[in-house]
Ligand binder design. Structure first.
Ligand code: GDP
Length: 595
């Protein structure tokens, strides 16, 4: 029984009305009626998403939670064992020794992932070391009771998901941060599913225990309902109360990590094949490509030839997370490496090759494989989808719908359900109020669907992911246009319309000349944001005299991907336009027109 006296029930992320009726032990007609009273029109064979099913279940006396196990099996089937794990498995067991655990922190937004990473770093690393860590390289190591623990310092699951998606999960242990005053939330469930799919054990950090509204027992019950039964209830999940703000419970958390480490085999052969995972990378004008590598087997040395995807090079220099020069780095050590010819992607595996020729061959083989993949991976613009319909590859148009208010969502769903569905069916994967987020795009990407927004915006992370995955986000502010477009899409008549959308404005305050780069405009961003990859135009007295792209975007000498309102930055433009102090720069992107 749950908190409110309702019966606990696990539901999959998508369920047909018929199946839902079965699990809640009622007639399909009853389910359809409840759906209708909530503004959802669905027939007996149509599917509803988890959130919708949960509402129905709740009205019938059930407290539904997402069936994480189902997501797990789905993902495990498709997920590969990462290369580094395979390499370690293939080592002769007598050469294996214990290595520090690699820990990643996951959890719902605002539950305190960043605060916890900072608290751990400050209390355990910087103590006694004036200045502590001077640079963020995406990972750091701490010492607890004479033993090292490596933390991946990339909160949010972006890095972890990227790693998983490429079958190169880097972590040995996941710390799931759950705010004691907020409990299990959608991204908490998502994180549980990801960790399970990667077969990585979970330790729960019950954060914000200092808050007067912290309710640890309630959260523990929720965790148990999601398959994480706390050890104090005879389960096998360690649940450690902490406060990142007051820096309490951190010792216990480190203790828990070592306990879990000791119950697993976290090993590697320091003399074996050198292999690991890329944590992050960036370009530095002076130093070239800087990449953070996590060594997982063998020992990486300066002078080694490294290949990661299509990036390759001889390691010129290596530093640890404190900026200290290193010549060698053993298993579980994160290092900042200089010498690669291009930025490798986070989550890519890397390997060391003896010979330059072998390394070049590996890069070529990788490039060829990628080219084949590009041909094979179907993108999901409406137009591509129609081609796939025609080719008979798919019979569904999967939609993720976001609207400003419930009052707009309902008529949209109703009208979509009213559309004549011939051979091609509309399947609503998810419909919710709120702006379009990264997880909406991820959901659409998982089923080659598209994201439709009504009177909402897509946040920048969502736009970036959509661009990378080739997922279409279509924004509307008139319902019938939205419906009309979907109808056209079903018939394959949709033409994409693009327009320029200004996302940022800046004022040129200074101009400098730098020999290799050219003239740099010292600017202050006055509105929105500037993105390194977006397009720009320069205006003088409101008249445009340059339209092009940035060749460099810097904030305090660092190359950056974006700069927001209020910040100063240096911009260089392709084609060296003749700008002056006082000119305005606009940053814009091409977006599908809102109808
Ligand atoms: P993230 O989105 O998970 O990385 O969360 P953040 O670390 O950015 O924290 C979100 C908010 O919660 C911030 O305002 C923090 O100051 C606050 N916060 C984080 N940890 C604690 C805690 O232990 N206690 C309290 N009271 N607030 C916290």
């Amino acid at each position: 029984m749950s908190e409110n006296g309702q019966k606990a029930l696990q539901l999959p992320s998508i369920i047909t009305v018929r199946d839902l009726a079965k699990v809640v032990d009622t007639s399909p007609i009853q389910v359809i009626k409840i759906l209708m009273s909530n503004g959802v029109m669905a027939s007996i064979n149509q599917s509803v998403d988890f959130d919708t099913a949960a509402v129905v279940a709740s009205e019938l006396g059930f407290d539904a939670s997402l069936e994480t196990a189902e997501i797990e099996t789905e993902e495990v089937e498709t997920g590969e064992v990462p290369l580094w794990r395979k390499t370690i498995q293939s080592e002769d067991p007598k050469n294996l020794i214990n290595r520090p655990p690699v820990v990643t922190i996951l959890g719902h937004v605002d539950h305190g992932k960043t605060s916890l990473l900072d608290a751990i770093r400050h209390t355990t690393v910087a103590a006694g070391e004036a200045g502590g860590i001077t640079q963020h390289i995406g990972a750091y190591q701490i010492e607890h009771k004479g033993r090292n623990i490596t933390f991946l310092d990339t909160p949010g699951h972006a890095a972890f998901t990227a790693m998983r998606a490429r079958g190169a999960q880097g972590a040995d242990i996941v710390i799931l941060v759950v705010a004691a005053n907020d409990g299990v939330m959608p991204q908490t469930r998502e994180a549980i599913a990801h960790a399970r799919a990667a077969r990585v054990p979970i330790i729960v950090a019950l954060n914000k225990m200092d808050r007067p509204d912290a309710n640890p027992d309630f959260v523990k019950r929720q965790l148990a309902e999601n398959g994480l039964v706390p050890d104090e209830w005879d389960g096998d999940t360690l649940v450690v109360p902490v406060s990142a703000k007051q820096k309490t419970g951190l010792e216990d958390l480190m203790e828990a990590i070592l306990l879990v480490t000791d119950s697993m085999k976290i090993e590697a052969n320091p003399n074996g094949k050198v292999i690991g995972t890329i944590i992050e990378s960036q370009i530095d004008r002076a130093k070239g490509v800087l990449a953070t590598l996590l060594v997982q087997n063998g020992t990486l040395e300066t002078g080694n030839i490294v290949v990661a995807g299509s990036a390759y090079g001889r390691i010129r220099a290596m530093e640890d997370f404190k900026g200290k020069k290193l010549r060698k780095a053993g298993p579980s050590t994160p290092v900042l490496v200089m010498g690669l010819n291009e930025c490798p992607s986070a989550g890519d595996p890397f390997q060391v090759y003896e010979l330059d020729r072998e390394a070049r061959q590996a890069v070529e083989a990788y490039k060829q494989k990628e080219q084949q993949k590009q041909v094979a991976v179907p993108s999901a613009t409406l137009e591509d989808l129609f081609n796939r319909f025609k080719a008979g590859e798919t019979r569904e148009l999967c939609l993720v719908i976001k609207a400003d208010v419930q009052g707009s969502l309902e008529p949209i769903i109703n009208s979509l359900n009213d559309l004549e569905q011939t051979e091609i069916k509309i399947r609503i994967l998810h419909a919710e109020t709120g702006n379009i987020s990264e997880s909406d795009v991820m959901l659409a990407a998982a089923s080659h669907g598209i994201v439709v927004g009504f009177n909402v915006q897509a946040d920048s992370a969502a736009r970036r992911l959509a661009e990378a995955e080739g997922i279409s986000i279509r924004l509307y502010n008139i319902i019938y246009r939205l419906i009309e477009d979907i109808e056209k899409a079903l018939k394959g008549m949709l033409e994409p319309v693009y327009k320029e959308v200004v996302i940022g404005k800046a004022l040129i305050l200074a101009s400098f000349h730098i020999s290799k780069i050219g003239t740099i405009a010292g600017c202050k961003v006055t509105h929105g944001e500037f993105r390194r990859n977006a397009k720009v135009r320069i205006l003088r007295d409101d008249k445009e005299f340059y339209k092009g792209e940035l060749s460099s975007l810097k904030h305090e000498k660092e190359d950056v991907r974006e700069v927001r309102t209020g910040f100063e930055c240096g911009m260089a433009f392709k084609g060296s336009p003749d700008f002056q102090i006082g000119d305005t720069v606009e940053c814009y992107i091409m977006e599908l027109a809102t109808s």
